[in-house]
Design a protein around this ligand. Structure first.
Ligand code: ZN
Ligand code: ZN
Ligand code: ZN
Length: 369
């Protein structure tokens, strides 16, 4: 690993400690999961054996690990910026962790911390208070540096290549599950190490935004919503395109056009300083004007980074202003119950001059066989 990578993790650890102090937290306790990956590059499995990182302003980050995992921890990209200590089976790891926490105050705890560990920690530190790290510091990972934007762009390009490849395959006569399996295979072939979802919603199933993929056989005349993504090189992809098997009807074309226009309007609303909710409003206004307002049943977008869903959220009531470096989805949809659905989703990054797309396949409805 390069000196540059080491500096990236040292910088994140320092920034997190500073942000915690600004929120009047004594520090942060971070268990295995996306926050630990982002802060240190270390990705151990979450198990019944306690692993926890403690950070706070003015002290060196301390990673407590099971002794048998210490060699792995010492090879983590961010290892140079932390003290690493091991506890042995038979020791009390919570007493060891308590020693790393100041006697008073409130600590932010990462969302992925198992209840088993947090409850034991609370018993070991009765004078401390604990709060959700995500609630206290929702923006900790939201603003991406150039290194991260590059990785998200690479994941987006792989998802785009997957879409190009899938539209060359046959849809009619195959089940949603088969097409979904192809999407997952293609994501991996294009470099993904992990596939988080490969949704295929055909015909009426497309009108259920949470439909995954089932045994329905795709037929001629079906709209097919495909929403797929995962992790490549530790960063997420998430894109949706809606295709049609054979020639679409005028209504199907119209609904697709409305969603595409809404997606474009939200894209154009992105600028530094604009509240997140305005991105949602821009998409919703187009869909409402076209008479489909009640059929757009979810928020317009979510952040993406070392996970495929994270803050910030493009949703009514989110007043947080956009900042250059924020990466998130723009994914309006129209869902006509019992008939069909359309969703179009790109990941974008907020730049000084507006949004830049990290997905670049055509958003026009593609006719497939
Ligand atoms: Zn049709
Ligand atoms: Zn998606
Ligand atoms: Zn999404």
């Amino acid at each position: 690993m390069t000196a540059e990578t080491r500096e990236i993790f040292a910088g994140r650890l320092e920034r997190a400690a500073r942000s915690a102090a600004q929120e009047s937290l004594a520090g942060l306790v971070v268990a295995p999961g996306p926050d630990l990956v982002w802060l240190t590059g270390y990705r151990p499995p979450a198990t019944e054996r306690l692993t926890a990182l403690v950070i706070g302003e003015g002290r060196r980050p301390h990673l407590l690990v099971p002794e048998l995992e210490r060699p792995d921890a010492q090879h983590a990209p961010g290892a140079g910026a932390m003290t690493i200590s091991g506890w042995r089976d038979g020791d009390d790891p919570y007493a060891a962790l308590a020693e790393q926490l100041a006697g008073q105050g409130r600590y932010g705890v990462s969302d992925n911390t198992w209840a088993l560990h947090l409850l034991a920690l609370q018993r070991a530190c009765p004078s401390l208070a604990f709060t959700s790290l995500t609630e206290a510091l929702p923006m900790l990972r939201a603003v991406k540096d150039d290194y991260e934007v590059e990785r998200l762009a690479a994941a987006g390009a792989a998802a785009d290549a997957t879409y190009e490849a899938i539209t060359g395959l046959r849809f009619a006569g195959r089940s949603e599950r088969e097409v979904s399996a192809d999407l997952a295979r293609l994501l991996r072939e294009h470099g993904h190490s992990q596939v988080d979802f490969a949704i295929v919603g055909s015909g009426p199933n497309g009108a259920n935004p949470h439909h995954e993929a089932g045994d329905r056989i795709i037929g001629n005349g079906d709209m097919v919503v495909m929403d797929f993504g995962g992790l490549l090189d530790g960063y997420g992809s998430d894109t949706t395109r809606t295709v049609h098997v054979g020639e679409p009807t005028a209504e199907e074309r119209k609904v697709h056009d409305v969603v595409r226009e809404a997606q474009q309007a939200a894209f154009e609303a992105v600028r530094p300083g604009v509240p997140c909710q305005d991105v949602d409003r821009a998409a919703r206004a187009v869909i409402r004007r076209a008479g489909y307002g009640e059929y757009f049943v979810h928020r317009t977008g979510h952040g993406i980074g070392v996970t495929t869903h994270e803050p910030p959220y493009m949703v009514e009531g989110e007043h947080l202003p956009l900042v250059p470096g924020m990466c998130f989805s723009i994914e309006p949809g129209i869902y006509l119950p019992g008939r069909f659905g359309v969703r179009i989703e790109d990941i974008v990054v907020c730049t000084e001059s507006g949004a830049r797309r990290l997905n670049n396949t055509a958003r026009e409805m593609r006719v497939v066989a």
